[in-house]
Design a protein around this ligand. Structure first.
Ligand code: PLP
Length: 636
């Protein structure tokens, strides 16, 4: 493609994008395809000869679009918003055209400098403490754009780990770093995003996953107790990942309580606010981040809720030197004469190469102004409240979260299986898309306002679809209808019944039904133990409604009999180091082998390793563990 062809095709592409976005509402929000749909439609090898642009674009519409889930669709209410806007798209286009790789100031000065300035702008708008801003008087802090919130959490954990090891090394100069590492313990709430667990996996540290309160908020007393227990066991708390706006239900950890606990133990407190953090640009939502003054680091994703396209995950630290100490490697070919006066962002994250991502955020901040962005956020929050009102007016439903921003969690009063069915039918209809979550051990449906131009009619439409499907489901519930006497049923009615059964089978087979029915999606693993203990009758009742889908969860429940206060996600190498008091005979301890995704019941009383229960989530019967307490420790 030469420059003139690019000019023409580029203009055509803008037209295509405009038509796509303007006509989105006419499409199904989720595709009606099965996994593997694309393979037969495309050749099995790349073309040897160039193909025409028009052929490629024809395939986009015919082959790719049928498999796209339309995240910008007005009926898309799943996950969190995926930021998008014309200024942002154009900013990214320009960044792609400039095509610089801004790993150091010298590699493209504007790329680095704009990032620092724009992060200060956004940090101020959010109301972060001035220590987080690069240009505030005497500040050691600053902001950076990472590719994802997961990277932000990882990078902060790596830095906290480096600081902790450095401090311990001073106290114990002759102890190996590996031994010091084995003592480190990180913390988060059960409601924290799974990226915290992944970060702990990569950092090779233990992570204690704590029980939040009834409002899904991690409290200071819980954290303090856990840390004190661990310190008594010879562990060293070094990092806490708190969440403002959790993924399941948009709950908020109590930073006012957690902050002083972290200060007392000299622990790095990170605040992950991937979604909600964007809302703090509005005065009325700033109180939700009370306690932020205790934070060592903070992240939010403008690519979720600030009209900025993926990827753009903004992160600030109080002390950039602590951050970079964990990440600096400086080969000769990357050094330059200005490193003392400038920021080299390659030291702030995992990758060396970096795109010019600040450009799109700058375009967005300037095109909308903070005022326009506030209006966008407030509109979503107002519409979420409107949806909540609909739910509250119908006594068959309940609300399962405190609706503070744009996310509403709701369910039909009834079993998990009933709600699973409701969600499956809604998604299979292709009219709306929502995903489930587990809130207080219940299967709930998440309704998130996501579209850029979301409006009242979208809420009305969504509620009418939900009602129609709920009505037909409730009507089919035992006790609410009389089963027709077959003999009395006319031929016509029998045919109608047959047709309905066929339709039901078809939707059960559909990809989206299976996706929602997959227990891993709403991760009941952590809740099943408690469900079994406190509501075993309910479990049985659910199984009768949807036996096929619940039988697996039921058999999971049978392996876990006791309520669990917290979970420790362990690197295998540290299993049991210094944890058990052989003399007293330790209690059984449920341990989650994070990367085997396995539940293991451990005994310290000398029983053989193979007596532990360990099984993969999809296995029907328990399997003997290949790794047990004694053997693992002896091996190390
Ligand atoms: N943290 C929270 C609170 C989230 O809600 C999410 C995703 O929704 C993440 C982290 C992970 O975000 P990313 O995909 O940017 O890694």
């Amino acid at each position: 493609m030469d420059i003139e062809e690019f000019r023409k095709n580029g203009k055509d592409m803008i037209d295509y994008i405009c038509e796509y976005l303007a006509g989105l509402g006419e499409r199904r929000v989720t595709p009606a395809i099965e996994p593997g749909y694309l393979r037969p439609l495309l050749p099995s090898t790349a073309p040897l000869k160039p193909e025409s642009w028009s052929d490629i674009m024809a395939d986009v519409e015919e082959k790719i679009m049928p498999g796209v889930t339309h995240w910008q669709h007005p009926r898309f209410h799943a996950y969190f918003p995926s930021g998008n806007s014309f200024p942002s798209i154009l900013g990214d286009m320009l960044s792609d055209a400039i095509g610089c790789i801004g790993f150091s100031w010298a590699a493209s000065p504007a790329c680095t400098e704009l990032e620092t300035i724009v992060l200060d702008w956004l940090g101020q708008a959010i109301g972060l403490p001035k220590e987080f801003l690069a240009f505030s008087e005497g500040s050691k802090g600053g902001g950076v754009i990472q590719g994802s919130a997961s990277e932000c959490v990882l990078v902060c954990m790596l830095s906290a780990r480096a600081q902790a090891i450095k401090k311990l090394k001073k106290q114990h100069p002759f102890v190996e770093e590996g031994v010091l590492l084995s003592k480190l313990m990180a913390y988060c709430s059960k409601e924290a995003h799974s990226c915290v667990e992944k970060a702990a996996m990569i950092c090779f540290v233990k992570l204690r996953i704590l029980e939040p309160d009834n409002n899904c908020s991690l409290r200071g007393a819980t954290l303090r107790q856990a840390m004190e227990e661990d310190v008594a066991m010879g562990q060293i708390p070094f990092f806490v990942s708190t969440t403002l706006g959790t993924t399941s239900c948009c709950s908020f950890d109590n930073l006012v309580e957690i902050g002083p606990v972290c200060s007392d133990l000299d622990v790095w407190m990170h605040v992950d606010s991937a979604y909600a953090g964007n809302a703090f640009i509005c005065e009325e939502f700033k109180p939700l981040m009370r306690g932020i003054e205790h934070a060592s680091s903070f992240n939010t994703n403008p690519n979720k809720w600030l009209l900025t396209n993926f990827d753009c995950s903004t992160m600030w630290v109080r002390d950039r030197f602590k951050l970079t100490q964990a990440l600096v490697v400086d080969p000769l070919y990357l050094q330059h004469n200005y490193s003392a006066q400038s920021i080299d962002y390659r030291h702030w994250g995992v990758p060396l190469s970096r795109r010019f991502r600040a450009l799109k955020l700058w375009f967005v901040l300037r095109s909308y102004g903070i005022d326009g962005l506030q209006r966008y956020i407030r509109n979503h929050c107002r519409l979420a409240k409107r949806f909540q009102c609909h739910v509250l007016k119908d006594s068959r439903f309940e609300i399962n979260n405190e609706v503070k921003l744009g996310l509403v969690c709701f369910r039909l009063k009834g079993s998990d299986a009933l709600n699973q069915k409701l969600l499956s039918e809604i998604n299979a209809s292709g009219k709306l898309h929502m995903v489930p979550a587990s809130v207080n051990d219940k299967f709930v449906i998440r309704f998130c306002v996501t579209a850029q131009h979301a409006a009242e009619q979208d809420i009305e439409f969504a509620w009418s679809v939900i009602l129609t499907i709920a009505d037909s489901l409730v009507a089919k519930l035992p006790g609410t209808i009389k089963i027709k006497d077959e003999k009395q049923a006319s031929r016509e009615e029998a045919l109608a019944l047959e047709r309905r059964q066929r339709e039901e089978l078809a939707y059960k087979r559909s990809f989206f039904v299976r996706m929602v029915s997959d227990p891993k999606i709403y991760n009941p693993k952590m809740s099943i133990a408690r469900r079994h203990v406190s509501a075993s009758d309910n479990v049985r009742e659910e199984a009768s409604v949807e036996e096929e889908e619940d039988s697996e969860a039921e058999s999971n429940a049978q392996t876990l009999q006791r309520p669990i206060a917290s979970w420790i996600s362990w690197p295998l190498a540290f299993l049991f180091q210094g944890t058990f008091d052989e003399a007293k005979g330790s209690p059984q301890l449920p341990v989650r082998f994070r990367h085997l995704d396995t539940m293991v019941r451990l005994k310290s009383n000398g029983e053989s390793a193979t007596e532990s229960d360990a099984r993969q989530p999809n296995q029907k019967s328990p399997r003997k563990s290949p790794l047990g307490a004694r053997r693992t420790r002896d091996q190390l």
